[in-house]
Write a protein that binds this ligand. Structure first.
Ligand SMILES: Cc1ncc(COP(=O)(O)O)c(C=O)c1O
Length: 457
């Protein structure tokens, strides 16, 4: 016992030192840290090694080779840092080591996740009768929502998927935005939809589905829209498309991995207008809500549809429709809803709204000041995404890799309408206005350096 407590105290102390360093440590590791990863290339030991030694190796060789996505100047992939409240709850549930399958295996998990589910519906203002499954990712939750969609549409057509399977079932089609995130296509592929079953809905100049060119939808169609396009942060025009789709009897699913959170703040809520009319939604905690990773939600208006599609009741483990094992892919699972509960409790409605508003304001400042400095901004910045381009593909890519090399900040690159760009996502609770100023100064300095080098060539 004493050894165990000492090991845990050591882990806590190391974690605390790491957290204490995130303001100042390099954002992308340097070559020496990457080379240090060679220390993990050991043979599988025949006899067990002391746990304290493994922990020390993980920290000494591993921590320097992390990307500081838990810090203030990580602008990649729309992933926020972990809020202290959520990270602390995560540590405690790690010690509990509960299988949050159903109330029998963890009464506390069942209770707190039920509260978290209700709070999610309230803060996102989605139909209160919806079921909420706490899954690992928008990818996994997309699979669960789309499985519920498919089963429900087939049921309406008199086909019992559970009994009769897919072979011979009425053919369903799926309409997705041309700019839909790849993980929705992955979810569809896993569920057995081929390319021939998927119709791409053309988008307008902003990357939103154009309602005038929406493929014909009917009562055997699943329509997939998005709240927050991953490059631009744009929203599909929900009111028009959803009312057309619903009138035709289609199922509408919205991928709102990060964009759904725009709904939590009054000034940006209009972006999500009409979204509440959809049938299912996915969103992440580990993006804009700033929970630790492996935190996402599958939200389904028809609670029974999700509970029936995901049911895994067994003689020895049968749960209610609200049991998380009956709303997610996993049977054995950690209580992913608890860090969500902790984040929402610590922030409150006001705190979530402030987080969203601050990031949108910071993104707008980035766009304004970078444009004034001669960068091209390729999107209209309504959310927390800024798509930036320097004078050419080559300079754009060079600046991105120089930022990475500097260790000062990090963001990813992309191709937007055939041209190289970088994607700045503002979503960390740690990012201050000063961090935004530092990023702007760095980009302007590198742009100046690139120009001087072009001139001298
Ligand atoms: C719009 C959108 N959908 C889905 C995803 C995938 O989310 P996850 O990584 O949680 O599966 C992302 C991730 O960037 C995203 O931006």
């Amino acid at each position: 016992m004493q050894d165990e407590l000492e090991l845990m105290a050591d882990a806590d102390a190391r974690a605390a030192r790491y957290i204490g360093s995130v303001q100042t440590r390099r954002v992308f590791p340097d070559q020496e840290a990457l080379d240090g990863l060679g220390r993990f290339s050991e043979d599988l030991p025949k006899e067990g090694r002391p746990p304290a030694e493994g922990l020390a190796l993980l920290d000494d060789a591993g921590s320097p080779a992390t990307v500081t996505s838990n810090g203030p100047r990580y602008f990649g992939f729309v992933v926020g840092a972990a809020l202290p409240a959520a990270a602390a709850a995560d540590r405690l549930i790690g010690a509990w080591d509960q299988g949050a399958t159903l109330a029998m295996t963890s009464p506390v998990s069942a209770k707190v996740e039920e509260v978290a589910a209700q709070w999610i519906l309230e803060i996102l203002d989605l139909p209160r009768e919806s079921a909420v499954g706490f899954g690992t990712s928008a990818t996994a939750c997309g699979i669960t929502c789309l499985a519920a969609a498919r089963r429900s549409l087939l049921k309406k057509h008199g086909w019992n998927l559970d009994e009769d399977g897919l072979i011979g079932a009425p053919a369903l089609k799926v309409v997705v935005s041309e700019k839909i995130h790849i993980v929705v296509l992955k979810a569809l592929r896993i569920l057995g939809f081929g390319k021939k079953d998927i119709l791409l809905a053309p988008v307008d100049a902003f990357g939103r589905v154009d309602p005038a060119r929406l493929p014909v939808v009917d009562d055997k169609t699943i329509v997939c829209l998005q709240a927050g396009e991953v490059n631009t942060g744009e929203f599909d025009p929900f009111p028009e498309i959803i009312s057309t789709a619903k009138a035709a009897g289609a199922w509408v699913h919205v991928d709102g991995a990060f964009g759904l959170w725009a709904r939590a703040s009054a000034p940006s809520r209009h972006l999500t207008e009409g979204i509440e009319l959809a049938d299912s939604w996915t969103t992440d905690g580990h993006k804009w809500l700033n929970t630790p990773y492996d935190s996402a939600m599958a939200i389904c208006r028809d609670a029974d549809a999700l509970a029936e599609a995901m049911n895994s009741d067994a003689i020895y483990a049968s749960g209610s429709k609200k049991a998380q094992k009956n709303l997610t892919l996993e049977f054995s699972r950690r209580a992913r809803g608890i860090p969500v509960w902790a984040a929402l409790r610590a922030l409150g409605r006001t705190g979530v709204a402030e987080l969203v508003e601050r990031h949108i304001a910071q993104a707008k400042r980035l766009a304004t000041e970078l444009e004034a400095a001669g960068f091209e901004i390729l999107n209209r910045v309504a959310l927390n995404q800024v798509l930036v381009r320097a004078s050419s593909d080559q300079t754009t890519n060079w600046i991105r890799s120089e930022v990475e090399r500097s260790g000062e900040a990090w963001f990813g690159g992309t191709i937007w309408n055939g041209r190289a760009a970088f994607r700045l996502s503002v979503s960390s609770w740690r990012t201050t206005d000063d961090d935004i100023g530092r990023l702007i100064a760095l980009l302007i300095r590198l742009q100046g350096q690139a120009r001087r080098e072009e001139v001298s060539q």
